[in-house]
Ligand binder design. Structure first.
Ligand code: ROI
Length: 163
């Protein structure tokens, strides 16, 4: 089994519900085990600002799926949970599931870049990741706490049902 971290993001069509559905779908993935999941967070959109705030979370999964099989499975979940793929770069999305880390592997292929290319600068990835893996190191040796120090919160908040 390989330990993987998956980023969850949504800002359309009841994002909280979408994130919860995604977590249940991750729990049901074949040849895999959902180890833990962060809180849900509310974040300001990165990219065009004329779109709704996002709900983000990070899940830790152990899997026997190879990286591309894991990617296929995640894209299937995105489709099943109603993702409408739009052409607009960095535009709003109903559900986005990204492989952040796949063990210590570094992958640079046409379909997949691991570690995820933007994760080290994105508060909506790093803070949820640190919540569930506070002692994590990247394949390049950088620690999650080093990365957090260099990453402003940018309005990121834990989502709570009452706020
Ligand atoms: N912005 C936030 N806050 N959260 C996301 O998950 C997210 N995903 C994206 C882009 C459009 C880059 N912006 C985002 O794909």
């Amino acid at each position: 089994m390989t330990v993987c971290f998956i980023a969850i993001g949504s800002n359309l069509g009841n994002p909280v519900e979408k994130a919860k559905l995604a977590i249940e779908a991750l729990r049901a993935m074949p040849d895999s085990r959902l180890v833990s999941c962060s809180s849900l967070y509310c974040s300001k959109p990165m990219g065009p600002s004329d779109q709704p705030d996002y709900i983000n979370a990070v899940a830790q999964v152990e899997t026997d799926l190879e990286p591309l099989a894991l990617l296929d499975t995640l894209q299937q979940i995105e489709l099943e949970k109603g993702r409408v793929r739009k052409d607009e770069r960095w535009g709003p999305r109903t559900l986005d599931l990204d492989i952040l880390l796949y063990g210590d592997k570094q992958i640079a292929s046409e379909r997949l870049t691991v570690p995820h290319y933007g994760m080290k600068q994105r508060e909506f990835v790093l803070y949820p990741l640190a919540e569930i893996a506070p002692l994590l190191s990247m394949p390049d040796g950088k620690t999650i706490s080093d990365l957090l120090t260099a990453c402003p919160l940018n309005g990121l908040q834990k989502y709570s049902e009452t706020s």
